[in-house]
Ligand binder design. Structure first.
Ligand code: SF4
Length: 78
């Protein structure tokens, strides 16, 4: 699945939410989250983000790997 990493924090532009065909992008308190169980890997959200916060989970920027696990945790409580 795709993952939203550090660049989204306190930005939350939400352009990606309009592009996602399965509406699997959700709002947290400081950033947006892609539900990894619902994401169909279409890639539509990635170019929509003005701060380039979105990438595939195996291609998150160096040092931001924690956002993959953070994204999983976010949906554990839902
Ligand atoms: Fe939604 Fe596609 Fe982005 Fe996954 S890759 S979050 S399905 S727009």
């Amino acid at each position: 699945p795709y993952v939203i990493a550090a660049a989204c924090v306190d930005i939350m532009d939400r352009s990606c939410m309009d592009e996602c065909p399965v509406d699997c992008i959700y709002e947290g308190s400081r950033k947006l989250y892609i539900n990894p169980l619902e994401c169909i890997d279409c890639g539509a959200c990635e170019p929509a983000c003005p701060v380039e916060a979105i990438s595939q989970d195996r291609a998150v920027p160096a040092g931001q790997e924690e956002f993959v696990a953070d994204g999983l945790r976010f949906f554990e409580d839902v």
